[in-house]
Design a protein around this ligand. Structure first.
Ligand code: BV8
Length: 267
């Protein structure tokens, strides 16, 4: 069994390992590690991605739901879409890619995850240091921006009332996610930005690198001296900013890469 978990890379694998060693990139307890994760890290947990074959946004009308105007024009349709996704996410389990990152944190390594995902599988795997750039489907907030109701957690699957109503003002509730063309929370942007700029090893896992400002963090990491490694089943627009692109299912590739990097760090 080759280190990378696949038999098909004999020559390349040695070369990649060599490059990794030459770059002296290994993981020790002093290494500042940051992960940018996208829908691809949850793909092997059975959660559909957004782009590529079978992607959620392949259906234009669904992509429209994830916009403020698309959701507001038909909250009932919007909530059926989100209720279906919550059902799928509730039955999904963290896969080895989520678990190895949680294990690193548990073992005392300095790791923070910046995720675009709204499924909370990182947290279910045990990761605590997670910046949810795009919010989460497991929180609701009132659609009335002047309402005093604070965002709150809701794990009811399936929802008993669609669309759910705000008990404070009677308006519709919405998922506490960042829709397209909505600004991200400033506190999240600031946290992600300052973390990225002090990162030694930046792992880009399962993202198409299309959505901004999230995709920019890989470039910011590179420009600030981090060693950037991409894990994907194909090259992306971020590949040119990466020192390594590890191609293959991240549920397999990420654990073997991290275990190899920890061993290199202990030599
Ligand atoms: C913003 C939450 C500014 C909802 C999501 C007009 C006005 C304003 C902004 C814009 C505009 N036009 C464009 C923009 C910018 C826009 C943007 O980037 N659009 C893109 C489409 C071009 N960005 C925004 O709108 C952001 N806001 O810019 O606001 C602003 C400032 C002030 C005032 C007003 C506005 C908000 C972006 C957040 C949108 N919300 N989700 C929900 O999920 O329901 S985005 C959505 O895409 C998901 O969160 C998802 O995570 C994210 C990124 O996608 P990926 O995670 O990368 O998923 P994808 O399917 O694309 O790729 C999966 C990858 O995994 C693939 O590469 C695949 O190969 C790989 N893979 C698959 N299987 C595996 C694997 N890899 C490894 N192993 C496997 N097994």
């Amino acid at each position: 069994m080759s280190v990378w978990g696949t038999e098909s890379w004999e020559g390349e694998e040695e070369e990649m390992l060599e490059k990794f060693r030459i770059d002296r990139n290994h993981i020790t307890k002093d290494t500042v590690i940051t992960v940018l994760s996208g829908a691809g890290i949850s793909a092997e947990s059975g959660i559909p991605t957004f782009r590529g074959s079978g992607g959620l946004w392949g259906d234009e009308s669904l992509a429209r739901i994830a916009t403020p105007y698309g959701f507001a024009e038909d909250p009932e349709r919007g909530w059926r879409f989100y209720d279906d996704r919550r059902k799928n996410m509730a039955s999904a389990k963290p896969n080895p890619a989520h678990l190895i990152l949680a294990e690193l944190e548990e073992m005392g390594y300095d790791i923070v995850i910046i995720t675009q995902n709204v499924d909370r599988l990182h947290q279910r795997a045990g990761s605590k240091k997670v910046i949810e750039l795009h919010g989460t489907v497991w929180e609701f907030r009132c659609m009335n921006s002047r309402c005093e109701l604070k965002p709150f957690e809701n794990y009811e699957v399936p929802l008993s009332a669609i669309p759910p109503i705000c008990e404070k003002c009677g308006n519709y509730l919405r998922p506490n996610v960042v829709f397209f063309e909505e600004p991200l929370e400033l506190v999240d942007i600031q946290a992600a930005d300052s973390r990225t700029k002090k990162t030694d090893l930046f792992l880009v896992v399962g993202t198409s690198g299309i959505v901004y400002p999230a995709a920019a963090y890989a470039q910011i990491a590179k420009f600030n001296g981090a060693y950037v490694v991409e894990f994907n089943i194909e090259k992306t627009p971020l590949s040119p900013f990466c020192d390594l692109s590890v191609l293959g299912p991240c549920g397999e590739m990420l654990p073997s890469f991290i275990r190899e990097a920890i061993c290199a760090g202990e030599k």
